[in-house]
Ligand binder design. Structure first.
Ligand code: MG
Length: 120
């Protein structure tokens, strides 16, 4: 499956990439929401892993913008954030996120979310 890993931390992008690539997936990285939207323009992805705290366009702003782009709106989103409070989870899920994980995360938890959403 093709993943878009969106996070302003290059270290976090690497950790997510390694976990997904280890499970046989392809991963493209984006630095923030605007970068993600640009990368979603020409390419189709099966799943988006999304940070919340980012410059330019944060995760919540990305989820909002995504709703108005039909091709992007149907791609499942896994939110991965240090802000793992219930209020943030509720907000992200209300904006259309499909799964929510706190950082630091266990690789197994990310892969379990992927399996639940994509069946692989
Ligand atoms: Mg961040």
């Amino acid at each position: 499956m093709k993943f878009l890993a969106v996070d302003d931390s290059s270290t976090m992008r690497k950790i997510v990439s390694l976990a997904l690539k280890g499970a046989g997936h392809e991963v493209t990285e984006a630095e923030h929401g605007k970068d993600a939207l640009a990368k979603l323009e020409g390419t189709s992805f099966d799943c988006i892993v999304l940070d919340i705290n980012m410059p330019e366009m944060n995760g919540l702003e990305f989820l909002t913008a995504r709703k108005f782009k039909p091709a992007v709106a149907k791609i499942p989103v896994i939110v991965l954030t240090t802000q793992d409070e219930t209020s943030m989870r509720d907000q992200a899920m209300e904006l259309g996120a499909n799964a929510f994980l706190g950082k630091p995360f266990q690789k197994e938890d990310l892969l379990a979310s992927v399996k639940k959403l994509l069946g692989v």
